[in-house]
Design a protein around this ligand. Structure first.
Ligand code: RET
Length: 299
């Protein structure tokens, strides 16, 4: 049998259920050391650079992929543009929330705004799902119901995660986090099944990329609940603030620009395959005349 004393969270949960005010309040940062403040400051700055540079890349790489994969690339570029803007706001909010006094960063009273992150997810997660489904170019009839299920669940996941995120109360964070995990698990399950099913329809050269994309999706999405849970499993004070922000930032860079690169690589590989198989309707900058000459097969 496991000794209860070896699991401090149990004690904390017990105290919370007993309505112990002091133990049920999650400890949040009052002051940060300069290395803690700078770690997050630099992580946000890095995220801004990663988002905007990848936006430029995805917008300018349109000509390298076939017509039917362009939507995936455009959506990818929009996702990282939205995220770049939000990271800019998050960065400023962080900067305004702390000021350097006697060698430590103390709270100025201006609250660090977590809503930017959640608004960002509310916009970008549905778009990421569109991007994923678009690059697979599933049969038309399958796309709409699949996206409806995924987007609906994503909105539910984010909306129910927010009350827990901004609460300083242990139980509130646990309850909303648990509710949010239900649509989260459902999305990952559906995506895993759909990506696995679509593997069989992909050319061999694309299969390996889809497999890696599936893994990246699972790993990057998995970081969010882990970061969320840190204050619940004994990480307190400064470490909790730093851990949550660092976790979300790493996950966002993996889930948006890096994931977008996979989408781009898949689009390029599928374009090449379509071209070789002669079933492409590719319009590239190398062949602008294709755009101008009427194509009888399209009428
Ligand atoms: C929350 C609350 C706690 C429980 C779970 C969460 C999951 C969040 C996820 C966010 C994904 C965001 C992405 C953004 C990219 O643009 C809300 C932290 C499960 C999975 C992919």
């Amino acid at each position: 049998m496991i000794a209860v004393s070896s699991i401090p969270e149990f004690a904390l949960l017990g105290a919370t259920l007993a309505n112990d005010d002091i133990t049920s309040r999650l400890s949040t940062a009052q002051a940060l050391t300069s290395s803690q403040f700078n770690l997050i400051y630099n992580a946000f700055s890095f995220a801004i650079a990663a988002m905007f540079s990848s936006a430029l890349f995805f917008f300018s790489a349109q000509s390298q992929v076939g017509q039917k994969y362009r939507l995936a690339l455009i959506v990818s570029a929009i996702v990282v543009s939205i995220a770049g803007y939000h990271y800019f706001r998050i960065f400023n909010s962080w900067d305004e929330a702390y000021s350097l006094q006697n060698g430590v960063y103390t709270l100025t009273g201006a609250p660090f705004n977590d809503a930017y992150r959640y608004v960002d997810w509310l916009l970008t997660v549905p778009l990421l799902l569109v991007e994923t489904v678009a690059v697979l170019s599933l049969p038309g009839t399958e796309t709409k119901p699949l996206l409806t299920k995924l987007v609906g669940s994503a909105i539910l996941m984010i909306a129910t995660g927010y009350p827990g995120e901004i609460s300083h109360d242990f139980t509130t964070r646990v309850v909303w986090g648990t509710i949010s995990t239900i649509p989260f698990a459902y999305i990952l399950y559906v995506l895993w099944v759909e990506l696995s099913k679509s593997l069989m329809r992909q050319p061999v050269a694309v299969q390996e990329l889809v497999r890696s994309m599936r893994l990246l999706l699972l790993l990057s999405w998995g970081v969010y609940p882990i970061a969320y849970i840190l204050p619940l499993i004994g990480v307190t004070g400064n470490a909790a603030t730093v851990g949550v922000q660092l976790g979300y930032t790493i996950a966002d860079v993996l889930a948006k620009p890096i994931f977008g690169l996979y989408v781009f690589a898949i689009a390029v590989a599928k374009t090449k395959f379509d071209r070789e198989a002669g079933n492409d309707n590719i319009v590239t900058h190398d062949a602008p005349e294709l755009d101008l000459v009427p194509n009888p097969s399209k009428t």
